[in-house]
Design a protein around this ligand. Sequence first.
Ligand code: ATP
Length: 306
Amino acid sequence: TPTVRNYELDRALITPSAKIGVGQFGDVYVGTYTLPKLGKGKNLAGNGKNSNSDQRNADSRPDVIQVAIKTCKANDDPEKTENFLAEAYIMQKFDHPHIIRLIGICSVMPIWIVMELAKLGELRAYLKTNSERLSHGTLLKYCYQLSTALSYLESKKFVHRDIAARNVLVSSPTCVKLADFGLSRWVSDQSYYHSTPTVALPIKWMSPESINFRRFTTASDVWMFGVCIWEILMLGVKPFQGVKNSDVILKLENGERLPLPPNCPPRLYSLMSQCWAYEPLKRPNFKRIKETLHEILIEDSINSSE
Ligand code: ATP
């Protein structure tokens, strides 16, 4: 069993304020975390690599950072709290500029997961509110940033299983981060994970093999990322609106795919279409997707400056 002992935080240093969201397990709050003074114990936020430590000098007051605090309603149900904390166990393994960072946990009741705050909140809402202002290049940049995070997860043999715009948060107008590792699982090279049938599955984002056989692999993450790119270019429109979940697989097996979003560079739609290859092995991996998105981003910046 993984340990999060190093991540245990002193609750006295955490101050929740306003509620900013509702998760599967409980409410999410914005708040502050006062970093313990250096020298006394370890810096728990960001393993010392965090830029927050750069601003500190030994004699000054302790730094205070803004955080998101996830709470768990079912504090007395060990099975639920274990599932709740599973996300923290997973997040502690990652260190990437486009993945929301775990700051730590309070593992005694009331159980809290403390994370880096994405100040601008959910990507879908942000896309809708700022649809007029968002340039094409910015949307491409978001896709590229997410592909770097997913390429990182691919290299770590992690399958996210729930890649969708609803699981992306906005840190600044030019920076998005992948969040929500509630469904993700580590998988060994050849194997794959069979989901438990009790969880509600995001059918409209899922690959045919995930829908048909509950097969989740990096290749099925690639499919989902194609859908996530589509949502971003559509400024937060969800896929297959008005289609019943049970009809999605029929469409996919008929060769139907999500349509070309307005103003989508042909090269990008071609990449999305490759992510939606019926055969998992025919899909590109995230490393390739990242490289292609980088090229598309550069092409776009050249074209738009002409
Ligand atoms: P669900 O499974 O329904 O997505 P969840 O239990 O995974 O729920 P989250 O989606 O992670 O919970 O959190 C619920 C909401 O809280 C998010 O949609 C977002 O609005 C807000 N939130 C969560 N984490 C952060 C964060 N790090 N920064 C800013 N807002 C956050």
